[in-house]
Design a protein around this ligand. Structure first.
Ligand code: GAP
Length: 518
């Protein structure tokens, strides 16, 4: 396995080149919130558009489903705020909790499962403290030092494994005195707000923690208002909000993020086949946008990890990327879950609206050649992807350091995703070169306008202009020089190799069409 890339360098490039900024930056930032700059907003849109293309416009590239028919998916755009009853029915009001512990001394709050403790290797003798810390924070090294001084050889155990009566001896991270940690308490991750001007407890509403529930509550409306027949899917992209206790790792765990979700409704007998279909299709999609290789994997969740809705025999697979901050481990970018009929059943029960589907293609054959029909609650396969985590994985995968270049950092973005598709430069801003480069820029822009930006840059040395485009992930730069004026050719420089070749001015647009697979 190669050494992990530097997250500090990736974050610095993201800020320097306008991919991602800390939200409210000039006010000191807001923990867990990130904004996308000009290049980042376009990169994010490109990834969302590719998903939309491969999910809604031309599902799975035209592949046939396990039933041998084209896959049918329709889009939806539901509100961020819904009736609070939705979250009671979905279980989020009751169970969308992280157990938390507080430190009475420092007032810090921790996710219970994130706190570990240094304890002695052997039996603890005497009354010395146990030293609590949160992995990957400065408390880890500080507490280790203190623990070794107190005990000699130490080992790490999760706080949860220490008997509660020994917590009086636990020294919390950054605390001075032992015994300051409270018992674990549930902390709901949904952001609360109020609908209407009175803002009483009766007006409480929540920002959605996932886009999925907006789909389930419209299952009947979609069936009644369109010609879809089970099996079919409903897809939507949009913001989701979770008041994460410990937002961290850049955009990986944010409090506001965007999801790209499909709820695919099918007959219970066919759910297992559709689950396998979607697992393979979604893994192939992430490969198609440039995440192939040793950093991408799919992992079937263990029984102990399954969400509250998962029934016996219902699987969940995580598509995971090895981020620099998780390496050698992996972090989830998409989950593909077999949710059985949990969601439709619970919304049917709470809303008292019948959500069963009448399938006229099933049931006993009738003398007239038709079928008697079957009424059932469809089962659901849910491929649920994180757009921000996708963008982060793409940026980490693309980030490359090439020490042989004067400016060593570049982004090897897949041309489909690159926010800037091409750049045109005059070698120098004189001798008629800017006029030719402006003409070429206008021609290339007109041809590619629908697919992305084309830059024209006359400032700085040519080396600096190439370096700027390398950092932006622009696949090709075209330079007008003295020879162009004589023979109507131009140099094209490849971002990944730095190699240059001459092609005719008239060949530039066809060259780009091929490179960008347009
Ligand atoms: N409807 C199912 C659902 O929401 P999830 O695993 O909680 O499942 C799906 O979320 C995806 O949303 C994850 O795979 C991840 O990519 C993204 N995601 C979840 N929480 C996130 C967070 N705090 N910050 C950024 N992305 C997040």
């Amino acid at each position: 396995m190669s050494t992990p890339k530097s997250m500090d360098k990736i974050m610095a490039l993201c800020k320097r080149r306008g991919f991602i900024y800390q939200a409210s930056d000039i006010y000191g930032g807001l923990n867990g919130f990130w904004d996308y700059g000009p290049l980042g907003a376009q990169l994010k849109k490109n990834l969302r558009d590719l998903w939309w293309q491969d999910v809604v416009m031309h599902p799975v590239g035209g592949a046939l489903g396990p039933d041998g028919k084209p896959v049918d998916i329709v889009p939806l755009d539901s509100c961020i705020i819904q009736s609070p009853k939705v979250w009671v029915a979905s279980g989020h009001a009751e169970t969308f909790n992280d157990p938390m512990i507080d430190c009475r001394e420092t007032k810090a709050r921790y996710r219970f499962d994130h706190v570990s403790v240094y304890v002695p290797e052997g039996e603890p003798e005497g009354n010395r403290p146990f030293f609590a810390f949160v992995a990957d924070t400065p408390s880890e090294a500080k507490q280790k030092k203190k623990a070794e001084k107190a005990w000699g050889a130490v080992k790490v155990v999760p706080l949860a494994t220490l008997a509660q009566d020994t917590w009086v001896r636990v020294l919390a991270p950054e605390a001075e005195k032992v015994g300051s940690l409270t018992e674990p308490r549930a902390f709901n991750l949904m952001f609360k707000t109020y609908v209407g001007a009175t803002a009483t407890e009766d007006d409480v509403a929540y920002l959605r923690p996932e886009t999925a529930q907006g789909i389930f509550i419209h299952f009947k409306n979609v069936v009644d208002s369109t010609r879809v027949k089970v099996p079919f899917g409903i897809a939507q992209t949009g913001k989701a909000f979770r008041n994460e206790v410990t937002p961290r790792n850049f955009t990986f765990r944010s409090r506001e993020f965007e999801q790209m979700e499909i709820e695919f409704f099918c007959h219970p007998d066919e759910a297992a086949a559709w689950y396998r279909f979607w697992r393979d299709a979604r893994l192939a999609w992430w490969k198609s946008i440039g995440l192939a290789g040793e950093n991408l994997r799919i992992r079937e969740q263990g029984k102990d990890e399954l969400a509250h809705y998962a029934k016996d025999g219902a699987g969940t697979s995580d598509i995971e990327y090895r981020f620099p901050f998780t390496a050698p481990d992996f972090g989830e970018i998409e989950g593909v879950a077999h949710r059985a009929n949990f969601d439709l059943a619970t919304h049917q029960q709470h809303s008292k609206t019948k959500l069963e589907y009448f399938d006229s293609d099933r049931g006993e054959p009738l003398p007239n050649g038709g079928k008697k029909g079957e009424r059932y609650l469809p089962h659901v396969i849910e491929p649920s992807a994180g757009l921000d985590r996708g963008v982060l994985a793409v940026l980490c995968e693309a980030f490359t350091e090439d020490p042989s270049r004067p400016s060593p950092e570049l982004l090897r973005l897949d041309p489909k995703l690159a926010p800037i598709k091409a750049a045109v430069f005059p070698l120098v801003a004189k001798e008629g070169m800017p006029e030719v480069s402006e003409r070429l820029h206008a021609e290339v822009s007109a041809a590619l306008r629908r697919f992305g930006a084309v830059e024209h840059d006359v400032k700085a040395t040519i080396g600096k202009r190439y370096a700027r485009m390398d950092e932006a992930g622009c696949p090709s730069c075209f330079t007008i020089d003295g020879q162009t004026l004589a023979d109507q050719t131009v140099t094209v420089r490849d971002r990944d190799t730095g190699a240059q070749q001459r092609i005719a001015l008239t060949a530039v647009v066809p060259y780009l069409r091929e490179k960008l697979a347009l």
